[in-house]
Design a protein around this ligand. Structure first.
Ligand code: ATP
Ligand code: MG
Length: 399
């Protein structure tokens, strides 16, 4: 058994000693069988939430009514969820009713895909009623039960299917793919926040190109903010080399670059991203556009800042079909060797300019500071008070 399971194993032991059933479930079982890095280890148990809270000294109630309690064990949080079935789904998003049950097979049945519907007990024995192991071997994403029905219960599962294709490099079973094509409009009912979480994971997956093609093939993209009618841009994005790209920001920057929207911030707002993230991406894509048009200058590097410069260069590499990231590291070095990295490093301030010139404050201050920054960055003058002062008077006398 994998070491990440060992700490969590004590939780399973404790629950079984108290007379309950307890299993590892979901993504951690799937990823351990695939020998992939394991994210969160989730636990399912026959114990009711209040019993879980009684048995463990440190717990957090994150949805006990729906069966989930977080148990903190040796400093690590684990989601412990009571076996449950779900019913209703009148709104195609969430169940109207959940009921706690005593049988793990009932719990596994409500899970989305066969590869996510396996459980592992304390001895590492696999519980696999829906053919998950077989589908893992074949590399197939298939719903547990009738796909059209499962997608009608919760439309987000259609996006989840495609993001697992991206993460695992699997393909969709024919029935699953056909059902998505038929039911994609159900995604209209799903909140943007849930869609964004899946889309982010899709973008980070190894197989993102395939996944984007699949979004187009099944029509999911028609129900994602402002991606409807963007087939050409999405195809270009899907074809780019991904080797040079390493972060989610870079993926979004490249996507924005290909989409070529006049108002990238508006587009990102419609995805309900936090403002800080929107600002970061908006800045990044504007630097990327300038970099593509004119190449790096000291001034552009300085305006970009180290992070956006590296991200923009990585996007350029992807656009050029390069797989190595080396050039992005060179850009970082170039940034580090700039004489100043931001305005606060300039040896003079607006205050100095006012004192030296005796002029009234106005927009000229900011303009002159920018001229001084450019002069320092292009090594026309050194970054010292004396040199900048001389340069200010030289410029004024020329006007
Ligand atoms: P990741 O590695 O991204 O965490 P995961 O498979 O663990 O992947 P989660 O979103 O953490 O995915 O969900 C944990 C488990 O809960 C899934 O493996 C699946 O069994 C079940 N699950 C999650 N979301 C749904 C859903 N919308 N419908 C049905 N089952 C779901
Ligand atoms: Mg998970």
């Amino acid at each position: 058994m994998k070491s990440v399971f060992l700490n969590a194993l004590q939780i399973l032991h404790k629950l079984t000693k108290e007379g309950y059933q307890a299993y590892f479930v979901g993504g951690s079982v799937r990823d351990s069988l695939l020998e992939r890095e394991i994210g969160d280890v989730d636990i399912a148990t026959s114990a009711a939430p209040d019993e879980v809270q009684r048995i463990f000294p440190k717990t957090v109630d994150v949805g006990a009514a729906h069966g989930t309690v977080i148990v903190i064990h040796n400093g690590t949080p684990y989601e412990v969820t009571t076996f449950r079935t779900e019913e209703g789904y009148k709104d195609a998003r969430r169940p109207d009713k959940v009921s706690f049950v005593q049988d793990i097979t009932e719990d596994l049945k409500r899970r989305d895909f066969t590869v996510n519907a396996m459980a592992m007990d304390v001895d590492g024995k696999l519980i696999d009623f829906y053919g998950g192991r077989e589908d893992l071997k074949k590399g197939i994403i298939r719903t547990v039960g009738d796909p059209a029905e499962r997608f009608s219960e919760d439309g987000l599962r259609m996006m989840r299917a495609v993001r697992f294709v991206s993460q695992l490099g699997f393909r969709l079973s024919n029935e699953t793919k056909n059902a998505i094509t038929e039911k994609n409009a159900l995604l209209q009912k799903i909140s943007i926040e849930r869609k964004l979480a899946e889309f982010d994971k899709l973008l980070l997956g190894e197989n993102r190109g395939e996944a984007i093609l699949l979004l187009l093939e099944t029509g999911i993209e028609e129900h994602l903010p402002f991606l409807s009618g963007q087939k050409e841009a999405l195809l270009r994005f899907a074809r780019h080399e991904k080797g040079a790209l390493s972060s989610l920001n870079e993926m979004w920057m490249l996507l924005l670059y290909e989409l070529h929207f006049s108002d990238p911030a508006g587009f990102l707002k419609s995805w309900k991203m936090p403002m800080k993230r929107i600002k970061h991406l908006q800045h990044g894509v504007s630097i990327l556009e300038k970099r593509r048009q004119e190449g790096w200058t000291s001034w552009l590097l300085y305006q970009a800042g180290s992070e956006a410069a590296i991200e923009a260069e990585a996007c350029c590499l992807a656009l050029e079909g390069e797989t190595s990231r080396n050039r992005a590291l060179k850009v970082e070095e170039a940034f580090r060797s700039l004489p100043i990295k931001n305005r606060s490093e300039l040896a003079v301030t607006g205050e100095d300019l006012l004192n030296w010139t005796g002029k009234k404050p106005g927009p000229w201050i900011s303009e002159m500071l920018e001229d001084a920054e450019q002069a320092v960055l292009s090594h026309k003058i050194g970054n010292s008070k004396t040199e900048i002062k001389e340069w200010v008077f030289r410029c004024s006398s020329q006007k």
